[in-house]
Design a protein around this ligand. Structure first.
Ligand code: HEM
Length: 252
């Protein structure tokens, strides 16, 4: 298991050619029947990866087309919910108002909202061990010999060295003392290197536009009050699955 940003970056980015193999998890093989980009290796993976990236580009007709498409989708999604702080709504009201759709340009003017979205992804850590990689041949890494085909999961979003309060939900992890958005290189929910998530830009655009547009139009609450929310996942193993709650969306 590779632990912490330094080790993960060194393996997935600096020594990427050795680590791009996909580890063979029995349940993933069963679900995918061994087919598809996520589970493939070798020449098949290279071709599928090139094809997928090209298709995603065509599908989005470039960044702008994809943005408009997500804006349209977000209009339909406003019926879905969660509870967020007034501070985000205040920031959104000041920067965007209520009469136009948010776009990706707005992100730099919404540092608090952006920090909350990053912190949600860090704290939720939906794929805590990422998807395992394996070494393509026997390799040496930090003085250890890693034999070919040994699976190496890794985790980094909760490192004590990288985060001031790793076990608390704390948007300050992504803000400087002036309230500006601050990047943290250890924020790698999509992994890094040659095998990283091909859907990253689509997913990040969706997270931003959906969430901002929901908060623009609704205030969220839950029937039992915020203290009834249990942050411990309902199921935790390969994935962390959050619990389900009935949420009330009140038009603003
Ligand atoms: C918040 C949403 C998402 C998260 C947190 C996420 C996270 C990840 C992670 C951690 C990996 C493993 C990377 C590695 O092996 O080093 C991955 C791989 C992958 N993701 Fe995502 N992902 C998200 C959304 C998406 C979307 C929207 C798509 C499709 C458009 C997608 C398609 C894929 C594919 C095909 C792979 C396998 C890539 C390969 O093996 O070369 N993901 N993702």
């Amino acid at each position: 298991v590779l632990v912490g940003y330094d080790a993960v970056k060194e393996a997935m980015v600096d020594q990427a050619d050795d680590f791009t193999g996909r580890g063979q998890l029995p349940f993933v093989i069963r679900v995918t029947k061994g087919y598809g980009l996520g589970i493939s290796n070798g020449e098949r993976w290279h071709q599928l990866r090139r094809f997928t990236l090209a298709t995603l580009r065509d599908f989005g007709m470039g960044r702008k087309g994809m943005e408009e498409w997500i804006q349209e989708e977000s209009k339909h999604l406003r019926a879905r919910i969660a509870e967020f702080k007034e501070k985000m709504q205040h920031e959104i009201d000041v920067v965007i108002g209520k009469n136009r759709c948010p776009n990706m340009e707005d992100r730099k003017s919404l540092p608090f909202t952006d920090a909350v979205i990053h912190e949600v992804q860090r704290f939720l850590d939906i794929v805590p061990f990422s998807v395992p990689h394996h070494a393509l041949h026997d390799i040496s890494f930090r003085g250890y010999t890693i034999p070919k085909v040994l699976s190496n999961p890794y985790f980094i979003l909760i490192g004590e060295k990288e985060w001031a309060t790793p076990w608390s939900f704390n948007p300050q992890h992504f803000l400087d003392q002036n309230g500006n958005f601050k990047k943290n290189p250890a924020f790698l929910p999509f992994s890094a290197g040659k095998r990283s998530c091909v859907g990253e830009s689509l997913a990040r655009m969706e997270l931003f536009i959906f969430l901002v547009s929901l908060l623009q139009h609704f205030t969220f609450s839950c029937t039992e009050g915020p203290d009834s929310i249990n942050l411990i996942p309902e199921y935790s193993s390969f994935a962390n699955l959050p619990r389900r709650y009935q949420i009330i969306a009140t038009p603003r």
